[in-house]
Design a protein around this ligand. Sequence first.
Ligand SMILES: Cc1cc2nc3c(=O)[nH]c(=O)nc-3n(C[C@H](O)[C@H](O)[C@H](O)COP(=O)(O)OP(=O)(O)OC[C@H]3O[C@@H](n4cnc5c(N)ncnc54)[C@H](O)[C@@H]3O)c2cc1C
Length: 825
Amino acid sequence: MTSPDKCRRKLVVVGNGMAAGRMLEELFARAPGAHDVTIFGAEPRVNYDRIMLSPVLAGEKTYEDIVIHGDAWYAENGIDLRRGERVVAVDREARTVTSSAGTVAPYDELVLATGSDPFVIPVPGASLPGVVTFRDLDDVEKMLEAANKGGSAVVIGGGLLGLEAAAGLALKGMKVTVVHLMPTLMERQLDLSAAYLLRRAIEKRGITVETGANTVAIFGAGKVEAIKLEDGRTLPADLVVMAVGIRPNAALAKAAGLEVRRGIVVDDHLATSDPSIYSVGECVEHRGACYGLVAPLYEMAKVLAARLAGEEVAGYAGSITSTKLKVTGVDLFSAGDFSEGDETDEVVLRDPSRGIYKRVILRDGHIVGAVLYGDVADGSWYFDLIKKHADVSEMRETLIYGQAFQGGGAALDPISAVAALSDDAEICGCNGVSKGTIVGAIKAKGLTTLDEVRAVTKASASCGQCTGKVEAVLAATLGAAYSGSSRKPMCKCTDLTHEEVRGFIASKELKSFPAILQELGWKTSCGCPTCRPALNYYLIAAWPGEYRDDLQSRFVNERLHANIQKDGTFSVVPRMWGGLTTPAELRAIADIAEKYQVPLVKMTGGQRVDLIGIPKASLPNVWAELLAAGMVSGQAYAKGLRTVKTCVGKSWCRFGTQDSMGLGVKLEKLMCGSWTPAKVKLAVSGCPRNCSEATVKDIGVICVDSGYDIHIAGAAGLHVRATDLLGHVDTEEEALEVCAAVLQAYREQAVYLDRLYKWSEKVGLDAVRAQIIDDLANRKALYQRFLVSQRAVRKDPWAERVAGRELHEFMPLAKLDIIPAPVEA
Ligand SMILES: Cc1cc2nc3c(=O)[nH]c(=O)nc-3n(C[C@H](O)[C@H](O)[C@H](O)COP(=O)(O)OP(=O)(O)OC[C@H]3O[C@@H](n4cnc5c(N)ncnc54)[C@H](O)[C@@H]3O)c2cc1C
């Protein structure tokens, strides 16, 4: 122990946490005995490794294991540790601090290392007993006490801390639910794919994850009993852990008149606005940034120690951070910037069978970010390359395979690369098929196509990610005898065709974007403008009511409910059911056209009114007024139902045989809102004179004396095609059912962007007729599935929740409650 010395400078440190401890270690190493140190610590204990609170909660470590500086260290360094004493005031004139216990300590230099405060969301009930934060040992003890009694825990927050708390409580036997406001877990550190894998791993631990879930209240009589979500659900909870973020603890500094923004503002040498007061750790704001991980704090601690030791060192210049999750069995790593951007490039590797995802993001030949899941061995190597701003252009081809693969010579083309593999090299991870097995089967059975190899060996038959490799084996084995692949992959992100992707979505029950991208081994992190809209459609069609429409995967016209024109303005088309309107609607349209100075009002070929030349900024107001007048979007842009054109039919026309207007209105109301692979137009003509041109529509109904002729597969655009007669039905009810069944078959079977006629030509008219006209049970089943889908579109709670956002704002389809209930199977 050293004795007080008048020559020594008096150093007072407020906060006995990780940053303060590291700073003092560095200081004692550089200037031993130069300071009389007093530390005030609000916690009643020595300095411990806060990071390790998660393993303490999980029962993997004890408090004793995580102590950084035991009593002996304080004694050896002559530190006056005031444990359990919170500093309540700083007198900058007198250069003293005062503690909650009344201690007044003078300083020559003062260091504020007050860390952060956990943020508590200000909902009713937040202060009930049983609601805890996750910041210090006391919090952990409260959680352990609750866990010993069992029951349910709700962890609010799906970030690093929340997930570690959830995993720990689940290990202790609690039934845990993580409630997270954002759509994906750890969204600040992980991209969609990694977050998908993480969620799967967390759920495998028996933890329920609720994303997009906003907590609005906490209930309980005397102690917490449940939380309430914005969507109205309540979740029972004997314990609620709030892990929604931290705020720099800058209150003391602010009260002392120091410059404080988000945190205590410091310069590159960690000096505050008062040159004799420094600050270090999470409480600090340096060059606009606040940090919540230890690595940057340790870098700051070094610089501050050097400054206090009187050394001239380069200042602190900010940090790039990396993240790992301390949940046993979950390997993830993320560093740097992983957001998408025009000027970034990425390399992605996925191994669906082993749950591995790796993504390295490059800008101008340098790595700017990395996200790894499942195999994090190269995390520190990538991180080092990021920090060094190393030029990695030369190793781009092999970068994703990690450090061990570098310096291996030029990259091979896929066929040579496969040829160079040994026979026991695994080609298909899902089914464990080696190159030798595939080559053997090709030779022994004379296989020449991918489908044959799939059928015989099962290679590429599960996730399909190895499809390219299997084709390369075929090419390498057959040489010139291989005629090449006639398959057309969906886009550059995958070797799979549209049909294969649709098949896998159904067979593997893939219900989200990240699930498709990971399980089908997408080569890019987030897809591309070609595959995203297609996948969004396939998911909508496959999982009505379960999958949430992804607005970002829609074209601008669909998002805005307006068609962009060549001058950047938009055209707006309100729906007119069956081409019918009223004086009130026309008056409203006229008023709106005048009010917004719409330059052109035009009748469309689909029997409605087009308001052309509306600036984007006016769209919300124009639509709000149209809605108020009872009109909804005509979806004149949609890959969905556009119009149902009608003639007046037997109510007015001398030649009319049936109520064509009535049927047209019913069809439009039944089908409106049904997303389809490409646009769909219908028409109903009251007699074979065909005034509504039903024989060039996707589905056309021609009314005749004996009932209704149903036509399909017409077109009158770039490609002009007369319809084919599908069949005849006697009643209006049957006509509705057949039309809806055709639409549903098209929805389920067509490739995205194929018009109905293309689908019909591919499948064959006879096959369409067989499944809809001849097979009555199949027709009824298609119709039921169509109803299920339509009810989901109109009753989608998500649509209600995002009301006010672009897509659904003008789609109050729930109000059009004319969808018959599907018949129970
Ligand atoms: C559960 C958990 C897991 C974490 N996991 C990781 C991880 O995996 N990786 C990572 O990098 N980081 C992790 N962190 C964050 C890391 O622990 C912090 O970045 C680090 O502890 C911050 O150090 P600090 O010294 O700035 O603040 P702290 O360690 O919080 O220390 C500040 C101390 O000051 C005291 N204090 C505050 N005001 C006063 C006052 N007026 N008078 C006296 N004393 C006062 C506080 O009580 C506290 O003891 C984790 C944090 C938690 C809570």
